[in-house]
Design a protein around this ligand. Structure first.
Ligand code: ARG
Length: 545
């Protein structure tokens, strides 16, 4: 559904030949939009601006959408959308099962790599941000009719498992009875052990070989460690209410078998070269080569990502690849994409995007720490938020903070601000939704039914609200394209604000007749858009708060 502002822009542009740069009018008496296009054209044409404006007004074909255009001041063109058009658009939205979100003309298979915590390591704030942002992309793209395949690329492979398994055997511990926290503590003990005892360190190294060569006992304990971590991850996902399940697990280890083939392929085709014993791929314009296989024969993190791309293309048939991983890995993905393109694993028509994000800071502007000064785990963070607010509100507060700034920016974890029901916060949006719900509940108690259409929109506050509602589909489309959830957050914030102005200026239950009926319909439509919009952010929309 094309939004009214866009439709208007294209009509004015058709007459003016340049972007009219329609701006929201600053005062209600100027209508809804204002353009200075005549002033700009006048300069280049060397004619009086008002004369140019008059010519444009005669040419612009918007009689179906707008009241007669007006020329103001030195030559501004003022535009007022017809109330009947606004009402019609709001009514369509109200009855559209997809709430104005266009289904993609060519649906794509979109693989989103997100969350990706590491086994036997605490889930940290970076995993949290990745999980929340990836969940939002999943929801937005799914709403647009794409087939989203989440891939949770957990860190379930690597030399650390030699140490972990060896420590379990050393302690005679039962890995299957552990929690994620136990395994994290075990990892710490193993690291200390490794440092202090050279003989034991050798045993841990031999254990890596045993793991790689498939020694049954080693593999069993390794598997148990993964299970323990999975339980911990799933607990966090449940709490967050994200869509990830075990079905989306595709950890690093599943690519092991393909790594020698990737290396052999790169080498055979002359794309990879041996440099100091290591297999490297050089890509034009890149600062450093990717080391696919180290000189000791071990494969790097990059090799696994190349194998993952082959799987995502060859088996999952992806049309688009999205990686939601912190900014420090930007260069890694530049390398992976560069090498994959060079090797032909990633065809030209397939978009591969690394969506990086910033850190979460403490009130002091430094890296967030626990009260005791330790590293903040995801659980600690969620616990803190739930101390201040009930779960749906706490999660809304965290998710909205994660999504409402441009992703690459750091943000300050300030719970009082984040959970406030005033200001630009998740709970404020929930509150606006709950308020709309309450009006509708009260109406139902009075025996009033909400009509299926918005019919009268005389008040400027009603019109402003309807105008905003018309933009929803376009905003969602933009997020699906550019992966910038803050645009949707900003939109919903504007909508909630417009709703609250409407609520203050336009009595709903205290008005009567058709005005009351139409206002109820407008409330219902706003509630619907807020709920769907929050849903796309992964935020619950309670009916009461
Ligand atoms: N496990 C990694 C980490 O914690 C993130 C993995 C991101 N995804 C990927 N395909 N490399 O840093």
């Amino acid at each position: 559904m094309l939004s009214l502002p866009s439709l208007l822009t294209s009509r004015v542009e058709a007459a003016a030949g340049i972007d009219p740069e329609m701006r929201p009018a600053t005062k209600p008496q100027f209508g809804h939009f204002q353009s200075n296009v005549a002033l700009r054209l006048a300069k280049s044409e060397g004619r009086p601006p008002r004369e140019v404006a008059a010519r444009l007004v005669a040419e612009i074909d918007v009689a179906d959408l707008c009241e007669p255009l007006e020329i103001a001041g030195p030559g501004f063109i003022n535009v007022r959308i017809k109330a009947s058009v606004l009402a019609q658009v709001a009514s369509e939205l109200m009855n559209d099962p997809n709430t104005g979100i266009d289904k993609a003309e060519r649906p794509e298979v979109v693989v989103i790599d997100y969350s990706a915590p590491n086994v036997a390591k605490p889930m940290h704030v970076g995993n949290l941000r990745s999980t929340i942002i990836g969940d939002c992309f999943n929801r937005v793209l799914t709403a647009q009719g794409h087939r989203v395949i989440p891939q949770n690329h957990i860190g379930d492979w690597g030399t650390q498992f030699g140490m972990l398994v060896e420590q379990i055997l050393f302690e005679g511990a039962d890995a299957s009875a552990m929690t994620l926290d136990d395994s994290v503590a075990l990892y710490r003990r193993a690291q200390a052990h490794f440092k202090d005892d050279a003989d034991w360190a050798d045993a841990a190294r031999r254990r890596v070989v045993a793991l790689q060569s498939g020694d049954p006992q080693t593999r069993e304990i390794w598997q148990q460690l993964i299970e323990v971590s999975k339980l911990g991850f799933n607990e966090a996902y449940d709490r967050l209410g994200v869509l990830l399940t075990d079905e989306h697990l595709a950890g690093e280890s599943i690519y092991n078998a393909d790594l020698p083939a990737v290396a052999a392929d790169l080498e055979a085709r002359g794309i990879g070269v041996i440099d100091d014993g290591a297999l490297c791929v050089y890509v034009d314009g890149m600062d450093a080569p990717m080391i696919v296989r180290k000189s000791d024969g071990g494969f790097g993190y990059g090799a696994t990502d190349l194998a993952a791309i082959r799987y995502r293309m060859g088996t999952l048939h992806a049309d688009r690849l999205i990686y939601v991983v912190g900014m420090p890995q930007a260069f890694h993905f530049e390398q992976v994409f560069g090498v994959a393109r060079k090797a032909g694993y990633l065809p030209d028509g397939v978009r591969a995007e690394h969506v990086g994000f910033g850190s979460v800071l403490g009130a002091d502007g430094k890296m967030l720490r626990t009260r005791e000064g330790g590293t903040v785990t995801l659980t600690y963070l969620l616990d803190q938020a739930e101390e201040v607010a009930a779960r749906p509100v706490a999660m809304a507060a965290i998710k909205y903070s994660d999504l409402s700034n441009s992703l690459h920016k750091d943000y300050v974890f300030d719970l009082d601000r984040m959970t406030a029901t005033t200001g630009n916060t998740g709970p404020y949006l929930q509150y606006a939704h709950a308020r709309a719900s309450r009006i509708l509940r009260n109406a139902a108690e009075l025996g009033l039914t909400v009509p299926a259409a918005v019919t009268v929109l005389d008040a400027p506050e009603e019109q402003a609200l309807a105008l905003l509602l018309s933009r929803f589909g376009e905003v969602v489309a933009e997020v699906g394209e550019n992966l910038q959830p803050h645009k949707l957050c900003a939109y919903l914030y504007d909508l909630a604000t417009a709703m609250s102005v409407f609520y203050e200026q336009c009595p709903v239950l205290k008005s009567d007749g058709e005005v009351r009926a139409s206002r109820l319909a407008l409330c219902a439509t706003t509630k619907k858009v807020l709920a769907v919009g929050l849903g796309l952010l992964g935020i619950e929309a309670p009916d009461a708060m």
